[in-house]
Design a protein around this ligand. Structure first.
Ligand SMILES: [Zn+2]
Length: 371
């Protein structure tokens, strides 16, 4: 089961609010999806995620296929029960990880062969296999296998990767229709590097296959922010109004505000979780570094007024102490706050879209960061 409905549109920008329905519950868009690559959002429990407001999380096909593997997850009838998370899950196909993590990735017509980054074992990921793995994981939103390329890349490299991505997308869709899992949603991933005509070609070819939603991949791979936004500004409006649009792997709160203004609906990024483990906490006034000596005796919470578990109960001085002492609780408390910050920041942006006050939200957002 999968459907998407736009419930409000900003009259001052392309920002929109919507609802995705899945068999594991509804997701209100725009939405931020915490990253749970290995079947766990690092350092916090599913209950803590729910308390922080998470509605959907991301898992990763490449990682979960290599470890623990489908034979184990099958015994639990999927990832939801294996990891004790009852809300929707989206899984990335693994294309990005094969090209960034695995050794000796080689592309053929069949798929991509590579050596595991864990034990060097050899594997083949084909579009059909990626669909099989995601079906075994039982994810609500599956992603097509795509070819990601590094930045910068030549036009010819981008064109070749685009062609493969379209062919693989057709095979993913066919495999989904041929299997019992036709009811799970499948998103296509637009590639094309930093070339607008290739982005258009990729989007049009994927729309011809008719997916449940569309992602823009290959952004935030090292290009300047202006280029990332330029590519999104060009690509997002081409994609169907009636389908969710997902910008993969982006980004900072500033990036997300700008991408929502362009009409994007879904986001994932490791920033709130990874930065939490590095002592960086997101606040309305920008990022604070909890190890900073100015917080040594600071009795305030990380963000005064924040309703998260961490801010309701702990001070900057205590969090600084935990972080410097490398206490494990530091990672957990910092992560709870950062996830809460991201989710509630987008939630209030959504409320502003529904009230048709998106532009004043955006102004206030930047104003607070300057103060
Ligand atoms: Zn907080």
């Amino acid at each position: 089961m999968f459907s998407f409905e736009v419930i409000a549109k900003s009259t001052e920008s392309r920002a929109r609010a919507g609802v995705i329905q899945t068999s594991h519950g509804d997701v209100e868009t725009p939405i931020f999806m915490p990253v749970g690559t290995l079947g766990s959002v690092k350092s916090i429990s599913p209950e803590e995620l729910v308390e922080a407001g998470a509605q959907i999380i991301l898992g990763n096909t490449y990682h979960l296929y290599l470890r623990p593997g489908c034979d184990i997850i099958n015994r639990f009838a999927g990832l939801h029960r294996f990891m004790h998370w009852n809300k929707p899950i989206l899984t990335d196909s693994g294309g990005f990880q094969v090209f960034s993590l695995a050794k000796l990735a080689k592309i053929s017509d069949e798929g991509v062969t590579f050596q595991s980054h864990i034990d060097g074992s050899k594997h083949l990921l084909s579009p059909e296999k990626v669909m099989d793995i995601q079906a075994c994981l039982g994810t609500d939103i599956m992603m097509c296998l795509d070819q990601c390329i590094q930045y910068p890349a030549t036009r010819e490299q981008c064109r070749t990767a685009l062609k493969i991505t379209t062919r693989w997308a057709q095979r993913c869709q066919q495999a989904r229709l041929d299997s019992q899992n036709g009811s799970n949603a499948l998103f296509g991933i637009v590639q094309g590097g930093m070339f607008t005509d290739l982005r258009r070609q990729s989007a049009e070819e994927l729309m011809g296959i008719d997916f449940s939603g569309y992602a823009v991949g290959g952004l935030s791979v090292g290009e300047p922010v202006e280029v990332m936004l330029e590519m999104a500004e060009f690509t997002v409006p081409i994609l169907p109004q009636t389908k969710p649009r997902y910008i993969m792997g982006v980004g900072t709160p500033e990036n997300i505000v700008e991408l929502v203004a362009l009409g994007a609906d879904m986001f994932d990024c490791v920033l709130p979780t990874r930065n939490a483990r590095n002592g960086q906490m997101f606040t309305r006034r920008g990022v604070i570094n909890i190890s900073n000596s100015r917080y040594r005796d600071d009795t305030d919470p990380p963000e005064p007024g924040c309703r998260c578990y961490t801010c309701r109960n702990y001070s900057r001085a205590y969090l600084r102490h935990l972080y410097l002492a490398r206490e494990l609780l530091a990672y957990r408390l910092n992560t709870i706050h950062n996830i809460y910050y991201y989710i509630n920041f987008i939630k209030s942006m959504r409320a502003a879209i529904v009230a048709d006050e998106f532009e004043s939200f955006r102004k206030e957002f930047y104003h607070e960061r300057k103060s």
